[in-house]
Design a protein around this ligand. Sequence first.
Ligand code: BEZ
Length: 219
Amino acid sequence: MINLGDVFPNFSADSTDGPIKLHSYLGDKWGIIFSHPSDYTPVCTTELGTVAKMMPEFTKRNVKVMAISCDSVEDHLGWIKDVQAYNNLTGDFPYPIIADPDRDLAVTLGMIDPDEKTASGMPLTCRAVFIVGPDKKLKLSILYPATTGRNFNEILRVIDSLQLTSDKKVATPSGWCNGDNCMVLPSISPDEAKKMFPEHKVVQVPSGKEYIRTTPQPQ
Ligand code: BEZ
């Protein structure tokens, strides 16, 4: 189990783009690692295509993308042809798929889903999303069951929030999107808030406590 704030394991693995050692592969960029139960499965085929089409959005945000699936590089390379055909993609596949045929990474990263098994009874992994910061620490993890495909627009929205809040003393409210108003962090005193966020507004609530402080998104 990796907790938020832990240094993400610096694993070495084979991938469709050759051997990867995570920390040097990421360099000074952010990273997203998203796992798949298995190659040649329908929901995963839609997810890999969605992410391939969204690659310019990840690149724009300085994020390196990797998928992991519990099969071999050979299987991944065959499956990529299906992913491209199904999703109308041409050219080189834009991000690596890491191989994990012995499920070593699935165990290390806590991704085994006990409710999902292969036809031969082998446990499958869930759909994990890990976001790693430039400091190599885990910033976010979300686990979805194998039967629920992910919404990668939500993942982009989360990356925008993580990148903003890693630098500015704000938090982002429910449904926030880049450019929307933010909340001043509760740890900032009223005097500090006046200096740091001159345009912020304190919202009056029945408790009389002045904890809801909105501010335009800091640049
Ligand atoms: C899928 O990707 O379609 C899938 C994989 C494992 C279990 C359920 C669905």
